[in-house]
Structure formats: structure tokens, C-alpha cells
Ligand binder design. Structure first.
Ligand SMILES: [Zn+2]
Length: 477
């Protein structure tokens, strides 16, 4: 039988607020020594009162608006009760019946096909502490306890592991564009879980879903879902039933393993948090937040294609990060020529240099204006495009301008006919066999001869002129 996977995603993203969700502790905890960002509130000591972080609410609304959600006029925090050593109060303050955002969507594209994935809800809660297990005992670090956490739950609209991966990539882009989360999966600032079930193709019933946790990278999301879909298909093929359980992804052995039987919402005994007032979200505030939303990747991609004549692939690469898109637009404005000519210098040469140094776009040592100046030198025929690549590498390493480097290193393009004629003559004299082949009709060998002349001139010769001179001398001698 043919089965169809039904996948839903649950994503948690730590918000980039200055302080924690309900206390004044510094929320920037990455790399901090254990238990140094703590206070009686986030340690869950008796008698303390939480206070809602307004910025965290604002960031949640920004994410909700970017995901086309309805924003609640009235929302409450709820206690989610469970006992675990990473939860100092014995409950987590979360949202249950009245989340801040609901009923949104996100479009993803796989193989050129666009599909809309529904967003059930986006709500705000607090992160838990972190446990470390070593040599038979466990240690707990409360730095993470109380860091604001945005939870985004999708509808079970995803139909393949690749679609799940694209959903996460798009979601990460949006959160980063908004500046509300670093959404860095490697640092645990974005974590995800997937629900997956199978049903016979054509059926509309839903099968028993299995939750897969511990997905720490885009790659592991895809691998875990592929594995789990195959596993469930084998169970169903053999006439068995899939059990509702929580699985963990074992990265070392590339398999899912049962962690525990699934809990139900009832198990958490949710009730409204008595220590916090209900939240009233005014429409004025929502409108004000909406007016401040930046242009998001999808809109930017469309605009880059329409306004700059980029193809879809080029636009996709340039909008992945806001810093890259901004750099591109700044360079185009300073350059004044065709934007299509600028794109490959960024996605090709500049990305290569950044990667080699392990740098982020935000740290690029060549300002956009300086890249534009380099392209202008090439357009004016002052240097060849090949020399331009060398010059860019030197700009990257030294911070000097293109003009300075060309001047200091004597890299200007050679268009002097006498110099080039001498170089051409030398090459023709050195390769009589190739010259003979050319005369026998192998005309494409001129490309190879051009390469020799370029080498002779250290890549500085005006290529058009070299070709003309070569053709002329080959006809003559
Ligand atoms: Zn605290």
C-alpha cells in the first residue's frame, strides 16, 4: 500500500530580550558559567512574584504578524504542571487556551512548488533549566530557566521531510529578519520537534502520530523524518499498529528511539497563572508593531526579481540573510550599473572569501561601496575581470581600496598595442605546433593561445585586444 506522511512541527525559539521572561536576570546566557544568571524568581523560590517582560510579548507579536496570525485581544498565561529536575517551580509558565497568536501561515517551496503550511498558534512561555548528565550523576544549570521562549506550532500540513526542512529554514530566516531570535540551532536557541503519522494515500483519516524530539539541525530533521516514515510504513505493512509515543533522534546511530509514552494535555493540569494579570493587547499597539515590521524574505525575494532582474536562484541566495540583502542593495546603489552584474561577485567571490576566513556577512571587511568601485574599474577597462578577483582578495585581506591596490601592485590592464604585440609574437614563436594546428583549421586553439598570452602578461592584458592581435598575426606569418 502507498502511504502519505502527515507532519506537523513544533518549534521553540529563545527570544533576544535583554532580561528573562519574568525577572530582571540577564537573558544572554550563552557561554556564561553555570548558575550565574539567576535570582529568587527564576530559581522558583517561595514567595516571589513574576513580572511579564513587555519586550518578549512585543517580539511574540512581531513573529505572529510576520506569520500572518490573528493577534489575540486578550491572552492569559497558564501553569503547565509537571515534575522534572530542570523545572525549579514544578510548573512552567506557558500559554494554553488563549495564546497570543493563532491561525497564521507560512509558504514553503520544494522543487519549484509552493505550498502553504498553516500555523496553529504562536505563544510565549519560559525556558527550563539545563541538565548535564555525567558519570552516573546529573548537574543542573539554571541560567536558561526563565529565558523567554516563543513556541510556534504548525498544522499537520507538511507532506515530506524536505518540506519540513524548508519550513524550518524559512521560519529561521523570518525570526532572524525580525531580530527577535538568533534562531541558532547549534546553540540551542531554536529547537524543534516533529509529529509524524502515515495514512493510505487518498484517505482523509489521521493515523496515530509519533512525536520526534532532539532534532538539533536541519539535517537531523530530514534524516529523522525519513527514518520514522520508513519505520511506521514497515509496522503498518506487517499489519501492526503504530503506538503513540515520544521518540528521540539518535544522531550517532541515525535512528529514532522510544523515550516515553506520550503525555496528553490533561496530564499537565493547566490552569491560569494566579500570579500574573491577563494580557490585554490593544489594537493600537498591534498596528504600531505592524508598521515597524521589516521587509521579510519572501517580499524581498520577489522585489529583487522584479526590480533588479535577478533570477530566482540569485534572489534566493541574496535574501537568505538580511545583512547580505542590505549589502547587495548598497553595492547596487553605489555601482549604478546592472544589478545582475553585482550579484555573482557577492554570492561567488565574496562568499568564498568569507567562508575561507570563517566570517559572517556582518563582519565583511570590504564595504559595499568599495566593491562597487572595483566593479567600476572593471567596466572602465582599467583592470580585467580576472585581475578584479585578485584585487578583491587583497581588499579583503588589507582593507585597501581597489584603486590603491591596482596602482601599488601595477595591476592595471595592459592595452598598449606594442607591448601586447611583443607578447603575442613571443607566444607564437614558442608554440609552432599549435600555430600549425590552427592553420590546419583547428580554429578553437586560439583560446588556448590567448591563455598563454594572458599568462605572459600576468593576466593584465586586455583580452579583446589580444584576440585581435593573435588573429592578425596568425593570418600574416
Ligand atoms: Zn532571575
Amino acid at each position: 500500500m502507498q502511504y502519505e506522511p502527515i507532519i506537523g512541527m513544533e518549534v521553540h525559539a529563545e527570544l533576544l530580550t535583554a532580561s528573562k521572561m519574568f525577572c530582571g536576570c540577564d537573558a544572554h546566557i550563552f557561554g556564561a558559567p553555570p548558575n550565574t544568571h539567576v535570582c529568587p524568581v527564576c530559581l522558583g523560590l517561595p514567595g516571589v512574584l513574576p513580572v511579564i517582560n513587555r519586550k518578549a510579548v512585543e517580539y511574540t507579536l512581531m513573529a505572529g504578524l510576520a506569520l500572518h496570525c490573528q493577534i489575540a485581544e486578550f491572552s492569559v498565561f497558564a501553569r503547565k504542571n509537571y515534575t522534572y529536575p530542570d523545572l525549579p517551580k514544578g510548573y512552567q509558565i506557558s500559554q494554553y487556551e488563549l495564546p497570543l497568536c493563532r491561525d497564521g501561515w507560512l509558504d514553503v517551496e520544494v522543487d519549484g512548488q509552493s505550498r502553504r503550511i498553516g500555523i496553529t498558534r504562536a505563544h510565549l512561555e519560559e525556558d527550563t533549566a539545563k541538565l548535564f548528565h555525567a558519570g552516573g550523576y546529573s548537574l543542573v544549570d539554571f541560567n536558561r530557566a526563565g529565558v523567554p521562549l516563543l513556541e510556534i506550532v504548525s498544522e499537520p500540513d507538511i507532506r515530506s521531510p524536505e518540506e519540513a526542512r524548508q519550513y524550518l529554514i524559512r521560519l529561521q530566516q523570518i525570526l532572524r529578519y525580525l531580530g527577535v531570535s538568533s534562531a541558532d540551532m547549534e546553540k540551542g536557541a531554536m529547537r524543534c520537534e516533529a509529529n509524524v503519522s502515515l495514512r493510505p494515500v487518498g484517505s482523509t483519516a489521521l493515523g496515530t502520530k509519533v512525536e520526534v524530539k532532539n532534532l538539533n539541525s536541519f539535517r537531523s530533521v530530514k534524516l529523522a523524518l525519513e527514518y520514522e516514515i520508513e519505520r511506521q510504513a514497515r509496522v503498518l505493512e506487517a499489519g501492526g499498529t503504530v503506538e503513540q509515543v515520544t521518540m528521540g533522534w539518535d544522531e550517532v546511530h541515525n535512528r529514532t528511539v522510544v523515550q516515553r509514552s506520550k503525555e496528553y494535555a490533561d496530564d499537565y493540569r493547566y490552569f491560569p497563572e494566579p500570579d500574573l494579570p491577563p494580557l490585554e493587547i490593544s489594537r493600537e499597539w498591534v498596528a504600531e508593531i505592524r508598521s515597524r515590521l521589516p521587509e521579510l524574505p519572501e517580499a524581498k525575494r520577489a522585489r529583487f526579481i522584479a526590480d533588479y532582474g535577478l533570477d530566482a536562484q540569485q534572489a534566493e541566495v541574496l535574501v537568505q540573510e538580511r545583512a547580505v540583502a542590505d549589502y547587495f542593495e548598497e553595492a547596487v546603489a553605489a555601482y549604478g550599473g546592472a544589478a545582475r552584474a553585482v550579484a555573482p561577485w557577492i554570492s561567488g567571490e565574496l562568499f568564498r572569501l568569507l567562508r575561507a576566513q570563517g566570517l559572517e556577512m556582518a563582519e565583511v571587511p570590504v564595504p559595499a561601496k568599495a566593491l562597487a568601485d572595483l566593479l567600476i574599474l572593471i567596466d572602465e577597462g582599467k583592470i580585467t575581470s580576472g585581475t578584479g578577483k585578485q584585487v578583491l582578495a587583497q581588499m579583503f585581506a588589507s582593507g585597501r581600496s581597489a584603486a590603491e591596490i591596482v596602482e601599488a601592485e601595477g595591476l592595471a590592464q595592459v592595452s598598449d598595442a606594442a607591448t601586447l604585440e611583443a607578447a603575442v609574437r613571443k607566444v607564437l614563436a614558442a608554440y609552432p605546433d599549435e600555430v600549425a594546428k590552427y592553420r590546419e583549421g583547428k580554429s578553437q586553439i586560439i583560446g588556448w593561445l590567448m591563455g598563454q598570452v594572458m599568462r605572459e602578461t600576468k593576466g593584465k592584458a586586455n583580452p579583446q585586444l589580444v584576440r585581435e592581435l593573435l588573429e592578425r598575426q596568425l593570418r600574416q606569418c
